[in-house]
Write a new protein. Structure first.
Length: 522
């Protein structure tokens, strides 16, 4: 016989089984596989398995609408944080993923699409919003597939106003990278001149593109054709600017080291630089080449040193070619062009030389030098010039008197317009002891000689002092005081036992150094 206590326990068990059965029946009606289900309640699948808690498989991959798992948000105006499929990782460390997508072949692990919004969007308060990683392919790839439009394939932006904030950072992590490795590489496959491989711009007055390095090249540009390795342009500022504390702000190497073109004659020129303004080095080409169609090809200026300095081991230190002047120099108080040499020529001119002002020292001890007429291949013939305290002109000639002993010497029409204060010298030529005198002095650009015998050959010499307008305006005294800056200095200090440094116009010679090549080049 069953006791009352046992009957009570059996009743409780039966009630529990009935309640469990009722719950199972209700759950079966709530979620039915193979058909559509409608519910406004949250359904939770909970467990601690080491594998997938929920595994959904679809073996049909032959159509585009085949999905292993499909989440659909039917609302046409959802809230901001609504999601058709949402994955969350509650981990507080750096491991695990909120959503993981993978593909066993060469397809796409995670794919996002939107007609006009964001195909894939990642957000974080302090970490990485979106990260892509690949062992042999591309970690993250962005592409604008349309043939029109200006939207970028990949866009990066930052709202931070702190110093050093970056919209996009790329890093080559190995400390010994391979040749031609690049943290950021831009490539334009166009075959015309349109477009850019890398474009940098700044809306204000800052820097569009900046490159820095400890000892290498901050910005490096190269082209294999006729294009430009580095091209900079500015409407009012500096197109390309380089700065270095101890090295070179810009280093250019090629057939033409630097090619600069200035379109506006009112600007500073094609190349503008400070300290060592421009240093160019060429092994067989041109170190610095300047060209201008209407202004100055190369302009150099310095407050205390050389505006332009050039050096060459085997050719010209500075070579200029121009329609007006190949090389032009001007100075308000110093030397327009200064040349110095210890063994060659301080200045060497092939062709005519024009001088509009005073030529100091032009009548020096060797003012004439030609190939020797008797040995032109091995010797020079040198003559000294004639100097005078006056602006003296000298004329000479020979004449034969007539049967009465008279001879008239006709001078050029401009003779008396150029000269005054005439002096004469007559010499009898031949075995005659005849006497000759100036019978009539110069008048109407002629003078008359008379000898005491007929048919006598006379050699004459006439000098005159210039009195044309230029000579009258620039007639200087014979003895003058040296200017203050030349006091105590000499034209030829070595003749008076003085050092060369006390010479007038002396410039301390500086040995020009060819710029050293950078230690690291691409």
């Amino acid at each position: 016989m069953i006791s009352r206590r046992i009957r009570l326990r059996l009743g409780l068990i039966a009630f529990a089984l009935a309640a469990l059965g009722s719950a199972s029946a209700a759950q079966g009606a709530y979620l039915t596989l193979g058909t559509s289900n409608l519910s406004n309640a949250t359904t939770t699948l909970y467990g601690s398995t080491t594998g997938p808690e929920l595994l959904v498989k679809n073996a049909n991959g032959s159509v585009a609408s085949a999905f292993g798992l499909y989440g659909l948000l039917t609302a046409t105006s959802p809230t901001v944080a609504s999601a058709a499929v949402r994955g969350q990782n509650s981990s507080t460390n750096g491991f695990g993923y909120g959503v993981w997508g993978s593909q066993a072949g060469s397809g796409t692990g995670v794919y996002g699409f939107t007609p006009s919004g964001r195909g894939l969007w990642g957000n974080t308060t302090s970490g990485i919003g979106v990260r892509g990683q690949s062992t042999s392919g591309i970690g993250v790839s962005g592409q604008h597939t349309a043939t029109t439009g200006t939207a970028p394939g990949v866009s990066a932006s930052t709202n931070s106003r702190d110093a050093g904030a970056d919209a996009l950072v790329a890093t080559v992590t190995p400390i010994y990278p391979g040749a031609a490795s690049a943290a950021v590489r831009g490539q334009n496959n166009g075959i015309s001149t349109a477009g850019y491989g890398v474009w940098g711009s700044h809306a204000g007055s800052g820097v569009g593109v900046q490159g820095t390095t400890l000892s290498g090249t901050g910005v490096y540009g190269a082209t294999s054709g006729l294009g430009k390795g580095v091209y900079g342009r500015s409407t009012s500022g500096v197109g390309v600017e380089g700065y270095s504390v101890n090295g070179y702000g810009g280093w250019f190497d090629g057939a033409n080291g630097v090619y600069a073109n200035a379109h506006d004659s009112t600007g500073d020129g094609g190349v503008f630089a400070g300290r060592t303004g421009v240093a160019g080095f060429g092994t067989s080409g041109t170190g610095v080449y300047g060209h201008s169609t209407s202004a100055v090809g190369i302009h150099g200026a310095s407050s205390y040193s050389y505006g332009v300095q050039g050096s060459s081991q085997q050719s010209d230190g500075v070579h200029g070619e121009g329609y007006l002047s190949g090389v032009a120099g001007a100075s308000p108080s110093g030397d327009g062009i200064y040349g110095e040499t210890t063994s060659g020529y301080a200045g060497y001119f092939v062709g005519n030389v024009g001088i509009t002002g005073t030529c100091t020292g032009c009548t020096g001890p060797s003012s004439l030098q030609i190939d020797h007429p008797l040995d032109p291949a091995h010797k020079y013939l040198q003559h000294s010039g004639v100097a005078s305290s006056d602006q003296l002109d000298l004329y000479s000639g020979n004449v034969v008197t007539d049967g009465r002993g008279f001879a008239t010497v006709l001078l050029p029409r401009w003779f008396q317009a150029l000269n005054r204060s005439f002096r004469y010298q007559l010499t009898i030529v031949g075995r005659s002891f005849a006497r000759a005198i100036v019978w009539k002095e110069i008048a109407h650009n002629r003078f008359t000689i008379r000898t005491d015998q007929p048919q006598v050959k006379v050699s004459w010499l006439v000098t005159g002092i210039r009195h044309d307008r230029y000579a009258n305006k620039h007639r200087g005294p014979v003895e003058v005081q040296k200017p203050t800056k030349e006091q105590g200095k000499y034209l030829h200090p070595e003749l008076y036992g003085k050092p060369k440094a006390e010479g007038i116009g002396y410039h301390k010679a500086r040995r020009a150094r060819a710029p050293a090549r950078p230690s690291q080049r691409r």
